[in-house]
Structure formats: C-alpha cells, structure tokens
Design a protein. Structure first.
Length: 394
C-alpha cells in the first residue's frame, strides 16, 4: 500500500513539471546583499531572488538546486512546483524525493513518507526552501561567506574544486562587477542641487525674507502601503500600479482576506507585498488578529506574512516578537473634495518634511483610485523613487 501511495505521489508531481512557477525578482538593501554560488559558479545577482533569513533560518529560492533553471551546474537534482496543490518537490539521482507542503507548512521524505525538520516559505511569489534541510537530505554542503559587498551563500557537492577562500579570490572581479551593476540598478535618483549664484558685490548679499525657513533635505525613497478595509476600488488600483510599474504593500484584516481571495493571487503575482491589518484595542487582541490573518492567508495562498499595520503604541512589542511593522510617516488618504493638483502638492509638502525613507499610507477606496495616477506621476517628477516594499526593506 505504501509503495502504491508513493508511486501515485511521484506520478502526480511529475505531471506538474510543466507548471513551474517563474522566479520573481526581489531586491535587498545594499547592506544585505546575498550572492549565490553553486560549486565554483557565481549566479547572476540582478533579476533573480536572493537568499534570505526567516525565523533564524537561511532560505534560498528552490531553483538554485536545479541546474536546468540556474547556473547549469549539475547537482543531480531536478525540481517541480505545483502551485494549485501547494506541493514543491526536489528529486535526486539516487531515487530521492524531498517534498514541501505549503498548505501544511511541512517537508517530508516522499519515498518513506517521513516528516523532516524545516518548512517552505513564499516571498513575493517565489518559493523558498531551507538550505540546510535540502543540503542535508541530498548529501550537499553549504557555507555562508562574508565579503565586503555582503555575503556569498555557496552550495557544493563533490564537483567543487576551490576552497571558499580560493573561490572568493578567483571570483572577486566578477563579484565586484555584479555588485556594481546591482547597486546602480537599485540606486534611487539623486535630488538635483540648485546652482549657488554668488551675490552681486554692488548690492551685497541677498537676505532671505523673515518668514522663510530653511528646508530639510528631501526624502528620496517612498514606500506605498494600501489599507484594504475598504476594497471597492482595489482592482482599479492594481491596474494603475501595473501600468505605472510600481509596487505596494496591501494590508488586509482577516475578514477582508476572506472577501478578496480572488485578488490575492493577482497581488502576489504582480510582485506586491501582502500584509495584515490588525488594530486591536490591546496587544493581545492585535496578536489574535494577526494569528487569524496568517491562518487565512496560509489557507488561501499557501503562505504567511510578517508585515503588519498595527497601532503605533504596540509596534515596539510586536517588533520584538518578529513582526515587521509598517511605520507610517505620511497619511495620504484623499477625500472626495481633493483635486489632483492640491492633493499631490500637499503630499509633496508632507514628504519634504521627512528625511531618508518615507512610508506613505493610502486606502483602497474610490478617491485613492482617482488620485493614484496623478500622485505617482508627481512623485516621479519631483525626484522621489517609489521602491518595492519587501520584508527585507521595511
């Protein structure tokens, strides 16, 4: 009976080989750049997801183990991901099959039906697997090498020739070039510095008006957060973001998640971040809402999130518990009386009073949908970079 069950599982997964999910590119802040290497080959840095840490565990995109999808280095492993079933499988040359179940949050040996330690996670549409679990199962080794540009996660089998130190030395030029390409591609535009004109010696220096105050340096990076307690115009907002090629974090209460299950897949597929909206009167109530939200999110999308919009007074405690709390600096929710120019001018003025990164909160209502194109256009013309609100950046 067990043999028949295993054969049925393998047949089902092999049928899913054509349903591979393409990797969605993700970026990390320059101080957290993670390269990936397979044996003596350094993978591309641009346009592919990086390794990341979650809950103290190092994760890598599942396809780094499959030479057909990445470097061409053969580790003897092929992969299959069936999104509808929520099953990811890695197959070895020696009758090995390691399966990850996103629905139950477990991994197991598909041949012996034995559950193993570790679980899969989904980040921005890309399935990630714990590197230590996979390497241990298939007899591989890995190392995390600290370099001046960040880190290299190097996965090896018996085909690796160089030691870690020799590999870093040999690849130093390639690492530097790819790091430079990455930082240039992710560099926000530098605000234009007005030309300083020396005063006319015949009239003396120019004296500012008494009511003129010095202004602080403009913020260069803006993250968009969309409260989804009202969702009547959510689809229209997604259309606008798609046309403008911008990303946002969408915050849903547990009840709203149940109502918008059809749009959750679109939000994830477009590279947006799904977060939880939990505003309990007490910390315990907020934690309960967050737990319920992740249970629903896991049921609907086979994933969970650590990003949350919570009451300001509860942020510090929830940060300590591992949540990534949205830190609103500007509330940009428009009302029906706002016109395009007055609204965008007001937002720019508020942003001009902050420094570094700003977190701009909107809602999913009709007025936001009406103003969004004008807002994004104005932010671009004023030199603000609307960046992807990934978990590693917030």
């Amino acid at each position: 009976m067990k043999q028949n069950r295993v054969l049925r599982f393998l047949c089902a997964v092999l049928c899913a080989l054509a349903i591979l999910l393409p990797s969605a590119p993700s970026a990390q802040a320059a101080g957290d750049v993670y390269f990936t290497a397979i044996n003596d080959s350094l993978l591309e840095l641009l346009n592919r997801p990086m390794p990341l840490w979650s809950g103290g565990v190092l994760y890598v995109p599942y396809d780094v183990f499959d030479g057909n999808n990445t470097s061409g280095v053969d580790l003897g492993i092929t992969s299959s991901y069936n999104r509808e079933a929520g099953i990811l499988a890695l197959f070895g040359n020696l009758q090995q099959a390691l399966a990850f179940d996103f629905n139950r949050g477990i991994c197991y040996d598909a041949i012996t039906d034995t559950q193993l330690s570790g679980k899969p996670i989904l980040r921005n549409g890309t399935p990630y697997v714990p590197v230590s679990t996979v390497c241990s199962f298939f007899g591989l080794t890995y190392s995390t090498i600290s370099i001046s540009q960040g880190y290299v996660v190097r996965i090896k089998n018996d085909g690796a020739v160089l030691s870690d130190g020799m590999f870093v030395d040999a690849a130093s030029g390639l690492i530097e070039r790819r790091y430079r390409e990455y930082t240039q591609a992710n560099q926000p535009p530098t605000p234009v510095t007005p030309e300083v004109v020396p005063p006319d010696e015949t009239t003396g220096p120019t004296v500012p008006d008494v009511d003129e105050e010095p202004t602080e340096e403009n913020v260069t990076t803006v993250y968009l957060g969309i409260r989804c307690d009202e969702t009547g115009s959510l689809e229209s907002i997604l259309d606008t973001l798609d046309v403008q090629n911008k990303k946002a974090a969408f915050f849903f209460s547990p009840e709203a998640l149940e109502r918008q299950d059809d749009l959750l897949y679109r939000i994830l597929a477009q590279g947006h971040t799904v977060g939880l909206l939990a505003e309990g009167a007490t910390l315990a109530q907020t934690q309960q809402m967050l737990q319920e939200g992740n249970q629903i999110l896991r049921k609907l999308t086979y994933t969970t999130t650590q990003v949350a919009l919570v009451p300001r007074a509860q942020r510090a405690q929830l940060d300590e518990l591992g949540w990534i709390c949205w830190r609103e600096t500007v509330n940009g929710v428009p009302d029906e009386t706002d016109s395009g120019s007055s609204y965008t001018d007001a937002i720019v003025r508020k942003l001009g009073k902050t420094r570094y990164s700003a977190y701009l909160t909107l809602d999913a209502g009709e007025n936001t949908a009406r103003m969004l194109t004008a807002l994004l256009t104005t932010l671009r013309s004023e030199g603000y970079a609307v960046n992807v609100p990934l978990e590693v950046r917030l």
